[in-house]
Design a protein. Structure first.
Length: 179
């Protein structure tokens, strides 16, 4: 599989254990760097088809301190990815030249209201909407769509479901894609 193709696979019950191992490695190797780390994304939703990439999100009191310790992350296989998003650092860990893990490091202040966490929780609690999301992802991947177009093509449904999750918590809608 090349980085340019989208592969959606059936849920793998090993994904949570892979995430837990990666979280443990991050905590042990970078003690005190993160106030919280969670498994996010589709691989964190039981029975949801997904790209086989483990998404992790970590909260840090100071992003600059994480940046200062990037050599440690590199030692674990995480390479910094620059994408012009504010309020977040992104690290990619590959296996055999293919993305295997994404580590999103966000500010501790933004942690409680991160859309990615709300979206994950909403899909866990609403299986019919998770099925809608899986069907969309599988249909898009079947077209051979490019990764950037794939992300954009999912936006409308992700926004709809994230808005519902935020509404359940009494929070206003905000765009799902950060700038």
């Amino acid at each position: 599989m090349s980085e340019a193709s989208i592969q959606i696979v059936p849920y793998n019950p090993a994904w949570p254990a892979r995430a837990a191992t990666a979280i443990r490695e991050l905590r042990e190797t970078l003690p005190g760097a993160f106030a919280a780390i969670e498994h996010i994304g589709s691989t964190a939703v039981p029975d949801l088809a997904a790209k086989p990439i483990i998404d992790l999100m970590a909260a840090a009191a100071d992003l600059a301190l994480v940046e200062q310790r990037e050599a440690v992350l590199t030692g674990l296989g995480y390479e910094r990815h620059f994408n012009d998003m504010s309020d977040r650092l992104l690290y990619v860990r590959a296996s055999g030249g293919v993305r295997a893990y994404l580590l999103h490091v966000v500010t501790l202040d933004s942690w409680p209201t991160r859309n990615q966490r709300f979206f994950r929780d909403y899909l866990r609690e609403h299986p019919s909407d998770a099925a809608r999301y899986a069907e969309l992802k599988q249909a898009l991947a079947a077209t051979g769509i490019a990764p950037g177009d794939y992300a954009r093509a999912k936006t409308e449904l992700i926004q709809e479901l994230t808005d519902r999750a935020r509404q359940e918590r009494g929070l206003p809608s905000v765009p799902v894609w950060e700038k």
